[in-house]
Design a protein around this ligand. Structure first.
Ligand code: TXA
Ligand code: MG
Length: 322
């Protein structure tokens, strides 16, 4: 497995050669790292599912390098989707729209819709441009585990099962993209992420939550089993709730008094949400590796990025039974 500097043109060309040959490569985006394959090559996309041990009913996001590519991939672009693209692309927003036949069914898990995003990371954009095709990519983590925000974490989790990882530095946002659909003029949030509901509302007015319909299982990312460490995780309001000594503590701010936990990671000493999000997954992955009995996570304010992080913590708590 090669780990190459993504800002080096030769490294990106090497990645393009692999993608053209139907291989999967890991690459950086501004949200989290992705496991990419040529979106038009169904066999290559199948390899992503195998690598991640991801169920085939969980659709992938298609990444493009220029807004104009959208018209080939979707049947029509609703006016509100257009406004969201203009405001947030390139950037951490994924739009779900009706797909054309250019996208193989395996990418969308048989759905008639496709999630599309133009990432804001220069290495991701360079890679897609040089390939000259869209790249289908989920987050670079085994299914159900937390997303990765550094090349090192990707290398660690996939060991030698990837031919190449492009290193683009630590992801600047650190939380996955926000996913929305626009249907009948209504913007629905399918997954909270790096663009906040408040930011969306500034552009399109009212936004609603996607109603959760387990039976239709439209988007497994919305199910309560995602983003989980192996260690049981419990959300607490104050560090005084820490009972177990052999524990880890994911603090939002710098604690004011000494805490009982053996391992402590502070997301942002002054309580800056953007900084906290950027450190969120890498800190959790680190704490998961400390052989602690339990990870305590300090509750974050439920606005902006805090809401996206809390959504992920709640899923982790639910899955691990902490
Ligand atoms: O920030 C991100 O979005 C990262 C980077 C790599 O772009 N990607 C990412 O992909 O988080 P993934 O596969 O881990 O999560 C994508 C979520 C999945 O939960 C999937 O179910 C949902 O998007 N999704 C994709 N296409 C969809 C569609 N057509 N309808 C509903 N949900 C969809
Ligand atoms: Mg994921």
């Amino acid at each position: 497995m090669e780990l190459l500097d993504g800002f080096d043109t030769l490294a990106v060309e090497r990645a393009v050669t692999l993608l053209r040959a139907g291989e999967v490569v890991a690459f950086p985006t501004e949200t989290v790292y992705g496991l990419g394959a040529d979106a038009c090559n169904a066999d290559a996309v199948a390899k992503i599912f195998e690598l991640k041990k991801r169920p085939r009913f969980d659709p992938l996001i298609v990444h493009i390098s220029r807004k104009e590519s959208v018209v080939d991939l979707v049947r029509s672009v609703p006016p509100k989707a257009e406004r969201l693209m203009d405001r947030f692309w390139p950037g951490p927003l994924t739009l779900i729209m009706e797909k054309t036949n250019l996208i193989p069914d395996i990418v969308t898990a048989g759905l008639q819709t496709v999630g599309i995003r133009m990432p804001g990371h220069p290495v991701a954009l360079d890679l897609i441009k040089r390939l000259g095709r869209p790249i289908a990519a989920p987050s670079a983590n085994p299914f159900g585990y937390m997303s990765t925000t550094t090349a090192r974490d990707v290398a660690h989790l996939f060991d030698h099962r990837l031919p190449l990882i492009l290193d683009g530095g630590p992801a600047s946002y650190g939380i996955e993209s926000t996913i929305v659909s626009v249907r009948d003029g209504l913007v629905r949030i399918h997954r909270h992420g790096s663009v906040s509901a408040e930011q969306l509302a500034e552009v399109v007015g009212k936004v609603v939550e996607k109603e959760h319909d387990a039976a239709s299982c439209e988007s497994p990312g919305e199910l309560p089993y995602h983003y989980a460490p192996h260690t049981p995780l419990r959300i607490i309001r104050t560090p005084s709730e820490i009972e177990v000594g052999n524990s880890a503590f994911l603090a939002f701010r710098q604690p004011l008094t000494p805490v009982r936990a053996r391992h402590v990671r502070v997301l942002s000493a002054p309580g800056n949400m953007r900084e906290a999000a950027a450190r969120f997954f890498s800190s959790l992955i680190e704490l998961d590796g400390t052989a602690s009995e339990i990870i305590y996570a300090e509750a974050l304010p439920e606005r902006g990025l805090g809401r996206a992080m809390m959504e992920r913590l709640r899923k982790a708590a639910k899955k691990t039974g902490g």
